[in-house]
Design a protein around this ligand. Structure first.
Ligand SMILES: [Zn+2]
Length: 237
């Protein structure tokens, strides 16, 4: 990706304002006549939204943050409704903060975070809500280097043991996706990627909301891996 310019930033902010502007329109309508489902402007594809998300990550890597004063404006705009352009399923890890990683503000991202970034039914329900009721058309599962949850599950499988207490639930959910890497004596990085792939596949197959959206192309569900040292997100192809 090329170096961002001030005109890039302008068009980026304009797109963000357009998305936020829907909420303004909704807020101006009398109670009862408000559109039930906020949505992004017509003609915006999930692929374009992915470009917007990754452009934000480029800003994060370059330490190029927008003017913080915009937050006050967005707060006002979004008091009545929200239309986040992407949903992120990230890890609870304190070093991987989706809104910072993609340089997105209030109302831009619908975020679910859980250790190991793997969807159980509650997490899937959250993502369904974002897609069905908030009009989100892009979901990213965001794994990361050095994931403690992945390491723990990897190690439990390798030593043929069970994780203690509620961590056993992580092993039950994440184990099948990681087991092949452990068997092949793969690296932890490979396990992180396998876990992201398994999470994406599980969401893509989750009926009825996510699977039908993914099948029709209305919804894009992708995986990404965050690099701790550089802040870069690599898409998992
Ligand atoms: Zn993690």
């Amino acid at each position: 990706m090329s170096e961002s310019t001030s005109s890039d930033r302008l068009s980026f902010n304009r797109a963000a304002f357009l998305a936020g502007g829907l909420a303004t329109i909704g807020a101006a309508l009398p109670q009862g006549s408000r559109a039930a489902t906020p949505s992004l402007p017509a003609g915006v594809t999930p692929e374009r939204l992915l470009g917007r998300l990754m452009a934000g990550n480029k800003r994060f890597v370059d330490n190029d943050f927008p003017n913080a004063n915009k937050f006050a404006e967005k707060r006002e705009l979004l008091t009545a409704s929200q239309a986040p352009f992407a949903a992120i399923l990230g890890c609870s890890d304190s070093r991987v903060i989706p809104n910072l990683v993609f340089v997105q503000g209030i109302g831009d991202l619908f975020v679910a975070r859980v250790a190991g970034n793997f969807p159980d039914d509650l997490v899937t329900a959250s993502l369904e809500y974002s897609v069905e009721h908030l009009g989100t058309r892009l979901v990213m599962v965001l794994g990361h280097e050095g994931c403690g949850a992945v390491k723990a599950v990897y190690s439990a499988i390798e030593t043929n043991s069970s994780l203690p207490s509620h961590l056993s639930e992580l092993q039950r959910l994440m184990g099948p996706g990681i087991a092949g890497v452990v068997k092949a004596r793969g690296t932890e990085d490979a396990a992180v990627e396998a876990n992201v792939r398994a999470a994406v596949a599980r969401l893509q197959k989750s009926p009825p909301v996510l699977s039908s959206g993914a099948d029709s192309g209305h919804l894009l569900i992708v995986g990404g891996i965050y690099r701790l040292g550089t802040g870069e997100v690599r898409l998992v192809e």
